[in-house]
Design a protein around this ligand. Structure first.
Ligand code: NAG
Ligand code: NAG
Ligand code: NAG
Length: 374
């Protein structure tokens, strides 16, 4: 089994002097759609493929690979669909949902030769996605009798890894945006996932999140209503027998780092400085797997500054902007309502070109590495 990160840096000497960004790409969001319904637990489960949820549009993935030359897609899914509530979290999957997900992953990785980051979009919670990111029991919370256990989470990851063990283009993302939970439990669940993946014989890259929605700016700060310990206190304690582990970071550029506003006011180079130092001190790498900015010149500059900063600091090995996906329609996954999604061919809610025609060419395309490995 090849180690994507190590093997590539050894076999492609130009990377020593040029590309440190090994993974450049986009979020493909949609597999987690259709469950948000305040007060209606279980709404949209299991859901209808192509209506309530969908993973990718193969045609637009082809556009991104063939024309834009990106090599990295973060593919979201929902753990309550992969592991229905009647099964519980673990190794027993809904084989229909899995095969739909696998078809998307195989298109990206086998047909197109790009990397797919598997993203359980669950905020380290399981059993009630009706008001994500706040509903659902925190995995491993022993004070909550309805919570899935850390062992169940390990079993779940062992099974995912077992099924993708022979696909070197797959990257494992442990979970999307843990928040408002003890930081030592984030570590414990991450370690369980790593152990499950490696026990399955899989040696591909793993991306591990921190607390506080895995925010880069708050990496060394307490987060959440409970003033949970900084991610930096615990996330340097993970042990990976395959030595192929990096930190998964999200960093939006608007006032509250939520990605809900059109204006960019939070400069990434200043806000990521403490994280960068921590990564260097702990000899760790990171991928920024979500970021975004609105359809305006100021945000183009802020995104440019972010991507330039990642290129200049070799602790960062990749990025993926939020978001494309087959079900956004005119909705804006990031920023103000007039931005629209990054899905080629779609328009924004004002009937104007979406972010694929504005944000992408102005701020993202210039940063796609010319020589990234495929
Ligand atoms: C599995 O997923 C399919 C497709 O969404 C759905 O029709 C089916 O009811 C699901 N089965 C269970 C047990 O949830
Ligand atoms: C997929 O994308 C292509 C190109 O934008 C578009 O023509 C087609 O309608 C899309 N298919 C679906 C099912 O959204
Ligand atoms: C900024 C943004 O849109 N973040 C989103 C990331 O993931 C899920 C989408 O499924 C949203 O709940 C977040 O708002």
């Amino acid at each position: 089994m090849r180690l994507p990160f190590l093997a590539l840096s050894l076999s492609l000497p130009f990377q020593l002097s040029v590309a440190k960004i090994l993974y450049a790409g986009i979020n493909e969001s949609g597999g987690e759609f259709g469950v948000f319904a305040p007060g209606q637990v279980g709404f949209g489960l299991p859901g209808r493929f192509g209506v309530d949820y969908a993973f990718i549009n193969k045609t637009t993935v082809d556009i991104f690979v063939d024309q834009e030359k990106i090599n990295f897609f973060r593919v979201t899914f929902l753990m309550e669909r992969m592991c229905p509530l009647s099964f519980g979290l673990g190794a027993r999957f809904n084989e229909t949902y899995f095969s739909e997900f696998q078809d998307a992953v195989n298109h990206i990785t086998i047909t197109k030769g790009a990397y797919a980051l598997l993203d359980p979009h669950n905020y380290m919670r399981y059993n009630d996605p009706s008001q994500q990111p706040f509903t659902g029991s925190v995995i491993g919370d022993t004070t909550d009798p309805t919570a899935a256990t850390t062992q169940q989470f390990q079993d779940f990851w062992h099974e995912i890894a077992r099924r993708f063990v022979n696909n070197p283009k797959v990257v494992f993302g442990i979970n999307n945006e843990p928040h408002d939970m003890p930081t030592d439990l984030v570590l414990k669940n991450n370690q369980a996932a790593i152990n499950g993946i490696r026990a399955a014989g899989a040696r591909q890259l793993i991306l591990a999140p921190g607390n506080g929605f895995t925010g880069g700016h708050s990496w060394t700060q307490t987060t959440g209503a409970g003033n949970n310990a900084p991610s930096s206190d615990f996330l340097n304690k993970m042990v990976d027998p395959a030595h192929n582990l990096a930190i998964d970071v999200h960093e939006y550029l608007d006032e509250d780092f939520s990605g809900q506003h059109d204006e960019c006011t939070q400069p990434a180079p200043a806000n990521l400085a403490a994280l960068t130092t921590w990564l260097q001190q702990n000899k760790l790498k990171a991928v920024i797997s979500e970021f975004g900015g609105g359809n305006n010149a100021n945000c183009f500059q802020f995104i440019d500054d972010l991507l330039t900063y990642l290129e200049a600091n070799d602790v960062y090995i990749g990025w993926a902007i939020w978001a494309a996906g087959p079900l956004w329609g005119t909705s804006s996954p990031c920023c103000g309502p007039d931005t629209g999604s990054l899905e080629p061919g779609d328009i924004n809610d004002r009937g104007m070109p979406n972010a694929f025609s504005t944000v992408w060419p102005n701020a993202v395309r210039p940063h796609i590495p010319k020589s990234e490995p495929l």
